[in-house]
Design a protein around this ligand. Structure first.
Ligand code: FMN
Length: 165
């Protein structure tokens, strides 16, 4: 399966998780490629079927600046992502009251642009230093995402654009 991994990273942590995800997908036989939303200007998301989007939370539970600029641009272009199935992971720290809220905001943005977002969102707590668990969680989530990408007709898997299951 062809999968585009897009990431918006302020200080590099989301980038390294995205890179890890790409390696895992390739090891599982998928054609995965990686793009930085703030550096790759040739993004044509309308032509993509499967997108994994990762971003970190900054400020008081906000999208990081890179993700915000990315969604602003898509909104300004009136992008229509109705062919896109998206899965979202977020990075944050559980000491913050709005832990990983940017992942929820990214879900709203993708749904606003008519993409279908699959459940569940993966929230990665950077305060948890158990690397083995983090790798296991990422791997299990990617398996689930790939299964969901294949079973797009299953109403229990997809969120509708209104957020209802
Ligand atoms: C100024 C600042 C504000 C932050 N605010 C939040 C927050 O509201 N919620 C959260 O879960 N994490 C928050 N974080 C933690 C970051 O999401 C975390 O450090 C993450 O690993 C950064 O990833 P990045 O390097 O890809 O940007 C904040 C970090 C900084 C530096």
């Amino acid at each position: 399966m062809k999968i585009l991994i897009l990431y918006a990273s302020h200080s590099g942590n989301t980038e390294s998780i995205a890179l890890h995800a790409k390696d895992m997908l390739i090891d599982s036989g998928h054609q995965a490629r990686l793009m930085d939303v703030s550096r790759d200007n040739e993004l044509n998301l309308c032509g993509e079927d499967h997108i994994i989007f990762g971003c970190s939370t900054h400020g008081d539970g906000e999208l990081n600046a890179e993700a915000e600029a990315f969604f602003d641009k898509l909104r300004a272009e009136n992008a229509d992502l109705d062919k896109v199935r998206a899965a979202i992971f977020g990075l944050g720290e559980s000491v913050y009251p709005d832990f990983c809220r940017a992942a929820e905001l990214a879900k709203d943005e993708f749904e606003f642009l008519n993409a279908r977002v699959i459940s569940p969102i993966l929230k990665i707590d950077m305060m948890d230093f158990d690397q083995v668990k983090r790798t296991r969680d990422l791997s299990a989530w990617l398996d689930e995402v790939c299964r969901a990408f294949c079973m797009e007709a299953d109403p229990d898997v997809w969120h509708s654009p209104t957020g209802a299951m």
